[in-house]
Design a protein around this ligand. Structure first.
Ligand SMILES: [Zn+2]
Length: 82
């Protein structure tokens, strides 16, 4: 499983992965929300461009998974869905 939090600009540029002709395609879940930083984290940054994401910033959380059950909603630890 791959978990990423991205700023809006980066998140909107990420689409479904290219289908792999030889195997199954990855599942993807996208959740848009505002940052609610866990107390354990000093700062959240975009996983693609490293932009700092202060509390309240609108972001997109993206999860990819393959050959495993649908992941738990880890996003809710970091964002409030909108
Ligand atoms: Zn970014």
């Amino acid at each position: 499983m791959v978990r990423q939090i991205m700023c809006i600009d980066c998140g909107l540029r990420v689409y479904d992965p290219e289908p792999d002709d030889l195997g199954p395609t990855w599942n993807q879940r996208r959740v848009k929300g505002t940052v609610r930083r866990p107390v354990s984290r000093e700062v959240l940054r975009c996983d693609r461009c490293n932009l700092e994401l202060p509390d309240g910033t609108t972001v997109i959380a993206i999860t990819h998974w393959l050959n495993e059950p649908r992941p738990l909603e880890w996003e809710l630890e970091y964002i409030v869905p909108v």
